[in-house]
Design a binder for this molecule. Sequence first.
Ligand code: PLP
Ligand code: ZN
Length: 428
Amino acid sequence: MSFVKALKCKECGEEYPKEPLHVCDICFGPLEADYNYDAIKEALTRDVIEGRDRNIWRYKELLPVDKEPTVGLEVGYTPLIRAENLGKALGVSEIYIKNDAVCYPTLSFKDRVVSVALSKAKEFGFDTAACASTGNLANAVASLTTSGNLKSFIFIPYDLEQAKIVATTVYGSNLIGIKGAYDDVNRLCSEIAGKFGWAFVNINMRPYYAEGSKSFAYEMMEQLGWRAPKHIVVPMASGSLLTKVWKAIKEFQMLGLIENSDTCIYGAQASGCSPITTALKNNWEIFKPVKPKTIAKSLAIGTPADGFYAMGVMNNSGGAGEDVSDPEIVDGIKLLAETEGIFTETAGGVTVAVTKKLIEQGLIPKDESIVVSITGNGLKTQEAIVGDVAQPRIIEARLEEFEELYGSINNNEQGGIKDAVSTHSNTA
Ligand SMILES: *Cc1c(COP(=O)(O)O)cnc(C)c1O
Ligand SMILES: [Zn+2]
């Protein structure tokens, strides 16, 4: 059941066999999986998809595996939520959250890409997988190599959030912290990949890995009742997810699974690492590499591999790019938490804050459908907001103490408890 014909250079079109390759020998362009869409159109209908289990593999004809998948069989099909409260706060009528903060098993959309990369790595016969990561990829590779019975070597910038480190080493993985930023880690890993015979999920396995991101958008379209929204806001690190959201929409249109939609794609970055949005806003042909300085560490890639293609997607789809400061990121995290009860990480704070900014600027109209891509979980980046949220009120375990506290909350303070109390007494 192979629907991938070959790997194909995105620049010159040269074809390569399906092997662990990622760069064109002729022009150094990136390689991408090239599918036989005629055959897929025969095999894949809405009914076929709906009859399958709720995970990324319900779209397996559009993922680059040749055999049945072996890693990450439960991954994906995260909730799409109609966000009424957030919509009210932002003054828009139809807004949704695609919530990969609860992706299985490691609470970010990286579980999707790693499942595809590792299933393919096993087809190729690798016994060791590796990655260069800004954090979430480390977690996903560590967990899924463990359940997939592969060895792993994981490389990160040494100063990542504590939770992202613990949620990597707990599985017994080899975690190596590099004294430098992600771009230094990535450069070193390219050298290691050339020397050690490992499946580096985001280097020599990148053409397969990146395709896994499409499942995020396939699900979104299916969950919307087989249609694409008018606007999608996507966070960007390397820019890969954004380009694959676009590709997924085009594929569903081509296969007749949805109507044509004219969806606009918007890229979100942190101002402290915004090579892609800065280039887009200035109408530069290419981005300038930057040295990252932001709390959004999962997005802190100063030399984004797919930045050029992400710019193309934003331009060609009629979207835009925008970036937000660290305080705006914190506000974005809190806004989503306080309206929808969803605790996202800094990357999600970037996406929510950028969505708000684009609506305020009038770039996203208030009466059209919008999907906000939430890609990671707030429990992993607590450092970023611990100083900006309330601490618990501490009392002795005595009823009088609570009654006194309750009285003071009720009389003096704004906030959740007082609101709950007054609502209750109004209806009593
Ligand atoms: C990696 C990551 C992204 C962006 O990934 P790219 O495909 O490299 O742009 C977005 N959000 C989170 C939480 C991530 O970990
Ligand atoms: Zn080429």
